[in-house]
Design a protein around this ligand. Structure first.
Ligand code: HAM
Length: 420
């Protein structure tokens, strides 16, 4: 062990388990690519004001959880706690929205950083795959994104995830609701911090997990009853589209998200096998975010799915992914001459598209065969001085244990044939 450990709230992805993370990322990305979303990558840090203005000063994410630092040049930056604000910033900066090709549909995959209290499923460094559709107000788009996330989870074999759906209204109806909710909350018996929250971010109070608070919230006004006609019709259409596609969801009039930019459609994917950190993904519409960061009006919608929690959800459902072994052939040289010949042959196999690994370090037969078995390879290619003198190698089928001699000149063709 070295003197150093991974920082608190983080962990390393190591083989062979790391293959599952890659598979999860790929399973989420595949339906997005097929639906016309292009890949976008933005820096891991941004001007701290982007998040302060976009995600919101009053959110926990910005007020408590951001990794903020000043560069040697004096810039105030923050490690990204999420990627929606960054993606929108990048689209605006590069004028992607001006090509007359709206919505701009993009997907991303990468690390996010939040200084949270670590526990199972909640980390300070975690990974999301996300999708954003920027510049169109169309309930079909909201439905498309929810359907694609559901499809991704299903393709992985998840069955016990649930979709919670709500509408947070828009700038017409939300302020009316906010005032009514504040009136209600001010009459409750709450602690100092929560009373402060009523004034800055009353909707978040609905999200309070404490039982004594939840008890008092029975009878709180619901946004559902305050939606303006446009928001109500929009939401109804999203619901109908999901139903028509056979995507089951639950109306959750108390669903509030931890970021301030949401309007209208909001949703969360939850999994009951994860304990308190049950949200495996979340998202919604953010029609005002562009203007909040100095851009033009660009109604948009998106989501991000947590890769770490999706892997935990797979474990909770005991789903094992069918991951093909990455190595097909394992070369085991015995002696100096064999090392050179097989090394060259491994190169040739790789160039012809056959995944090949090699016993490095001049290892004995026993140890090398152990590694060959561990690699998951179908075939081992073994050669000693005597084989080479006869112009051949030994090919061993690691499943059946059968071994046969093969002329050096036929190796590639024969292995190709055997692997189909
Ligand atoms: P979020 O709900 O903050 O939304 O995060 C999305 C997902 O990231 C969560 O559901 C969870 O799976 C994962 N996640 C969040 N925090 C942690 C953590 N500390 N440890 C492990 N996983 C975590 C957003 O980030 C929005 N940008 C989503 C969005 C995209 N909205 C519109 N477009």
């Amino acid at each position: 062990m070295s003197t150093f450990k991974a920082p608190k709230g983080t962990y390393d992805l190591l083989p062979p388990d790391s293959a599952r993370f890659l598979a999860v990322r790929e399973a989420i990305a595949a339906p997005l690519r097929d639906a016309g979303y292009g890949y976008i990558e933005t820096p891991g840090f941004e001007d701290v004001q982007l998040f302060a203005r976009g995600v919101g000063e009053s959110t926990d994410i910005v007020s408590k959880e951001m990794y903020v630092f000043t560069t040697k040049g004096g810039d105030q930056l923050a490690l990204r706690p999420e990627s929606t604000a960054s993606v929108l910033r990048a689209v605006l900066e590069s004028n992607l929205h001006k090509g007359g090709n709206l919505p701009v549909k993009v997907w991303y995959s990468g690390s996010q950083y939040r200084y949270e209290r670590p526990q199972k499923g909640r980390y300070r460094h975690f990974s999301q795959v996300g999708a954003e559709a920027i510049g169109a107000e169309d309930p079909l788009l909201d439905a498309e994104l929810i359907i694609l996330a559901d499809q991704a989870y299903r393709s992985l074999g998840l069955r016990q995830h649930r979709i919670l759906l709500n509408s947070l209204g828009d700038r017409t109806c939300r302020p009316v609701y906010r005032a009514a909710l504040q009136d209600f909350l001010r009459g409750l018996d709450l602690d100092e911090e929560t009373r402060r929250r009523i004034e800055i971010n009353p909707l978040r109070v609905l999200d309070d997990k404490r039982e004594d608070v939840q008890k008092q919230l029975v009878g709180a006004p619901l946004l559902r009853d305050y939606l303006c006609e446009a928001c109500r019709a929009y939401h109804e259409e999203v619901r109908e589209l999901l139903t028509a596609e056979g995507v089951a969801f639950e109306d959750d009039p108390k669903l509030v998200r931890g970021l301030d930019y949401y309007t209208r459609t909001t949703f969360e994917f939850v999994h009951d096998g994860l304990g308190s950190q049950s949200a495996v993904g979340g998202g919604g519409r953010y029609d005002g975010l562009s203007e909040m960061i100095g851009g033009p009006a660009l109604p948009s919608v998106g989501w991000a799915l947590g890769v770490d929690r999706t892997v935990l959800a797979l474990e909770a459902e005991s789903v094992t992914l069918d991951l093909p072994a990455t190595t097909s052939v394992y070369a085991v040289p015995l002696g100096e001459q064999a090392r050179k010949v097989l090394f060259q042959m491994a190169g040739e196999l790789r160039r012809s598209g056959i995944a090949t690994d090699f016993a490095f370090g001049g290892r004995g037969l026993k140890g090398a065969m152990k590694s060959a078995n561990r690699s998951g390879a179908r075939l081992a290619l073994i050669a000693g001085e005597r084989d080479l003198a006869e112009g051949q190698v030994q090919l061993k089928d690691l499943e059946s244990g059968e071994q046969s001699a093969l002329a050096l000149t036929e190796v590639v063709a024969e292995i190709r044939r055997l692997l189909g």
